[in-house]
Design a protein around this ligand. Structure first.
Ligand code: SAH
Length: 404
C-alpha cells in the first residue's frame, strides 16, 4: 500500500460524478488537496459534509488526477482488496472456459474496479498492462493478489507508451519485463472458441492479441460459409481463421505488417487439422489497406464478406474529423469490392467516435460509391470487456448488407 495519502475535496459536480460511479476525476474537479502528492499516493476524498466519499489513485502526471478505486466506507487498499476485485472479475468470465477459450481479458481496468490496469490471460501466462504509473507503489500487493487468486505460471508486464519512461526511472521496470516465471522461448499458443492462436505477449500489439473482438469473430464465422472473404487490417488473422472454420471458400488477410501476416499464416497452420480451415484458400496481402482495396476494385475482385477492423484513427479529439473521413473512405472502397448482397462488417475502436457517427460515415462513403448498405446489427465488446462508464465503450461493430 502507498505510504502516503492526499486528502481531497471535490467540486460539487465532480462529487455527483463520483456518486454516479464515474471512475475518473480530472484536475479541474479538485477543489483542494492537502499536498502536491506523488503518483500512486492514496487519494482520500471527502464530500461537502466531510464524510468519506471515495478512495482513489492519485496521479499528478496525468490529466486524470484521480482514478477511483473504492466508494463508501473506509477500507484498506491492499492485497485483500485487489484479490476481491480479481475474484469478482473472474466470476463474470466463468462461461468462457466452457466455450474453449483460454485467452481472455481477466481485468478490464475501470470497468472491473481496477482503473488503468488491464490483466489478460493466455493459457497459463498472465499479462499485466499498466496505463498509469500510479500503480507502481501498489505493484507488490497487486502481484500478491494475482498469485493468490490466479497462480499464473508466468507474469509479463506491459506498459502504455506514455508511462514507460517514468516506470523505468522510478522502479527500473521495462515494457515486456517478466515479473514472475521463466522467460518465453517462443510464442504462446492459446485457444479462442476452440481455435488455436499464437501470441507474443512481450512484443505483440496490445498484450499480443485483440481479445475484444472474440464474439464478433464468432459471428463472422457463422456468416462465412461458401463465401469469398476479405479481412482488412487482419493483424494475425483472427477474423480470417473464424471465416475459414466457418466454411469460407477463400480468405484474404490484408495488413501492412509483414510480421502480423507471417503470424496469420502460422495460425492457419496451427488449425490445419480442421477440415474447413484446410480446405479454404488463404492469401496474405501485405499492403496499405486503402491502396489494396482500391486496387482490388479496379481488378474487379469481388467478395461476399468484407471485414474492416482498422486501428484507432482518432486517438485525440482533434483527429475525429479525419478519422470519420477515413471510415467513410473505407466504406466507399469496400463498396467497390462487395458482391451483390455482400456483407460488410466494420469496426471502430476509436473511443471518441460513437456507433451513430460511424454509421453516418459508412452511409456517406457508400453513397459516394453509389451503393446502399443496410445496417442489420450493432455489436460491441465480448463479455470479458464489461463497460461501466461511457468512455469505456470504445469498440463498435456495424453489420451491413449491400444492395444491388
Ligand atoms: N482485426 C485484427 C486487429 C486489427 S489491429 C484482429 O482481429 O486481431 C490493426 C491492424 O491494422 C494492425 O495489424 C496493423 O498492422 C494494421 N494496419 C495499420 N494501418 C494499416 C494500413 N494503412 N493498411 C493496412 N494495415 C494497417
Amino acid at each position: 500500500m502507498a505510504a502516503t495519502t492526499v486528502t481531497v475535496r471535490l467540486t460539487n459536480s465532480a462529487e455527483r460524478l463520483v456518486r454516479m460511479e464515474h471512475p475518473w476525476l480530472y484536475a479541474e474537479s479538485i477543489r483542494s488537496a492537502s499536498r502536491a502528492g506523488e503518483a500512486g499516493d492514496l487519494a482520500v476524498i471527502f464530500d461537502h459534509k466531510k464524510k468519506l466519499l471515495a478512495l482513489g489513485l492519485w496521479d499528478p502526471d496525468s490529466p486524470i488526477r484521480i482514478r477511483v478505486l473504492h466508494r463508501g466506507k473506509p477500507r484498506s487498499i491492499d492485497r485483500t482488496f485487489f484479490a476481491e476485485r480479481l475474484r469478482e472479475a473472474l466470476d463474470i468470465r466463468a462461461p468462457l472456459g466452457a466455450e474453449g477459450t483460454s485467452g481472455f481479458r481477466v481485468v478490464n481496468g475501470e470497468s472491473d474496479g481496477l482503473p488503468g490496469l488491464v490483466l489478460d490471460r493466455y493459457e497459463t501466462t498472465l499479462v499485466l498492462k499498466l496505463y498509469t504509473s500510479a500503480w507502481l507503489p501498489h505493484l507488490a500487493e497487486v502481484r500478491a493478489a494475482i498469485d493468490t487468486v490466479l497462480a499464473p505460471e508466468r507474469l509479463v508486464l506491459r506498459l502504455a507508451r506514455a508511462i514507460a519512461g517514468a516506470c523505468e526511472e522510478r522502479a527500473g521496470l521495462r515494457d515486456g519485463a517478466i515479473l514472475a516465471g521463466s522467460a518465453l522461448d517462443g510464442p504462446i499458443v492459446f485457444r479462442e472458441n476452440g481455435l488455436r492462436f499464437r501470441c507474443d505477449p512481450v512484443h505483440g500489439q496490445k498484450t499480443g492479441f485483440f481479445l475484444d473482438q472474440r464474439e464478433n469473430r464468432a459471428r463472422v464465422g457463422e456468416l462465412a460459409r461458401g463465401k469469398r472473404v476479405l479481412n482488412a487490417f487482419s493483424y494475425t488473422g483472427g477474423f480470417s481463421l473464424y471465416a475459414a472454420r466457418g466454411g469460407a471458400a477463400s480468405v484474404v488477410s490484408l495488413d501492412s505488417s509483414r510480421a502480423a501476416l507471417d503470424e496469420a499464416r502460422e495460425n492457419f497452420a496451427l488449425n490445419a487439422e480442421l477440415p474447413d480451415v484446410a480446405r479454404a484458400s488463404h492469401e496474405c496481402v501485405c499492403e496499405d489497406a486503402f491502396g489494396a482495396l482500391a486496387r482490388f476494385g479496379h481488378e474487379r475482385r469481388r467478395f461476399e464478406l468484407v471485414v474492416i477492423d482498422p486501428p484507432a484513427f482518432a486517438k485525440a479529439k482533434s483527429e475525429v474529423g479525419s478519422a470519420l473521413s477515413a471510415y467513410a473512405k473505407l466504406a466507399e472502397l469496400a463498396c467497390g469490392v462487395l458482391a451483390a448482397d455482400g456483407e460488410l462488417v466494420m469496426a471502430s475502436c476509436s473511443a471518441r467516435i460513437d456507433a451513430e457517427a460511424l454509421a453516418r460515415a459508412i452511409r456517406s462513403g457508400a453513397a459516394r460509391a453509389g451503393r446502399t448498405l443496410s445496417e442489420w446489427l450493432r455489436t460491441a465488446h465480448g463479455l470479458d470487456h464489461p463497460v461501466r462508464f461511457p468512455e469505456g465503450a470504445y469498440l463498435k461493430c456495424l453489420w451491413l448488407r449491400a444492395g444491388g
